[in-house]
Design a protein around this ligand. Structure first.
Ligand SMILES: [Zn+2]
Length: 90
């Protein structure tokens, strides 16, 4: 294997451990819930989900799960911060 490729692989492994380097701007994800598949979208800090809970309250378990998966790479849904604060998520 050439040394350039090896060094890129090493750098990629380092970057993969440093999630704060990545900030998502937009994405669309299909989220397979227990009963249906929903579309979760993220656009410059604005979260949307096609499930009934998100339409009614602005946040849902699908958005909250995506926030936990993506960590510092996304901004939290504003209403989720209020809901999550009193609950220990450990
Ligand atoms: Zn949802």
């Amino acid at each position: 294997m050439d040394t350039g490729l090896v060094s890129r692989i090493i750098k990629a492994r380092q970057y993969a451990q440093e999630r704060e380097r990545i900030e998502f701007a937009h994405f669309v994800a299909q989220f397979k819930g227990e009963h249906n598949t929903y579309q979760v979208t993220y656009d410059e800090g604005q979260w949307h989900c096609t499930c009934e809970e998100a339409v009614r309250t602005g946040v849902c378990s699908h958005i909250m799960a995506m926030e936990r998966i993506l960590g510092d790479s996304v901004l939290l849904a504003a209403s989720a911060v209020q809901v999550m604060e009193p609950v220990s998520m450990n």
